[in-house]
Design a protein around this ligand. Sequence first.
Ligand SMILES: C[S@@+](CC[C@H](N)C(=O)[O-])C[C@H]1O[C@@H](n2cnc3c(N)ncnc32)[C@H](O)[C@@H]1O
Length: 218
Amino acid sequence: MSVNLKHSVLIWLINQIQKFGPEKVVVLGKTYEISRDVFNPERYYTSRFMAEHIHVAAGDKVLDMGTGSGIQAVTAARTAGRVIAVDINPEAVRFAARNIRAHGLEEKVSVIQGDLFSSLDPAEKFDVILFTPPYFDGRPGTLFEHALIDPDKSLIKRFFGSAKNYLKEGGYVQMLYSSIAGNERVLRLMHGLGWEYSLMARSRIWMETFFIYKSRPL
Ligand SMILES: C[S@@+](CC[C@H](N)C(=O)[O-])C[C@H]1O[C@@H](n2cnc3c(N)ncnc32)[C@H](O)[C@@H]1O
């Protein structure tokens, strides 16, 4: 099966799965409310895998890029001093903000809508940027599909083209990627944009291997 066909089948399947299921899910002992237009952190392993490996020091200022349900922001807020969570999908922003409030974290975590860094103050700098990007190829046709699809790695290119401007000296990006979406190509793209990386964690499920990378500007 070609990569494009495989991705189309998986996108179709995930769209079907999103239509069903509870509106409240529990991941790593914490409850998250979601709608069918928000990436379900219980159903997809990537959310839990990333949350289990978040590396944030006490007091750090953290950016959770593509927050979805808010799971990474909620998890980071256990140790971080301040978290800003961003999503392009207004429905994700609504539910992430609701989940932040439900966990009593509204003093520490803000949620904003925006396309990558566009809504942030350009003077804002972070110790850690968390990123669990969409990674299937195609064109997003719905709000929800922004959680799945990155056309020809254009989001990755834009992200690594700008992220340096939002990192403090010594800061890093913690990003999850998948073997079925060309992780080697993404590493080459990152390197071409002036980043180095190290592997923080990997996990194989069936035919797919998930990687978590720590990336720093060269
Ligand atoms: C794979 S989901 C991950 C959600 C969540 N971080 C998690 O771990 O469950 C990717 C998220 O990135 C968001 N996203 C996609 N493109 C974006 C963009 N250009 N700017 C901000 N967020 C974006 C999607 O709406 C989606 O919520």
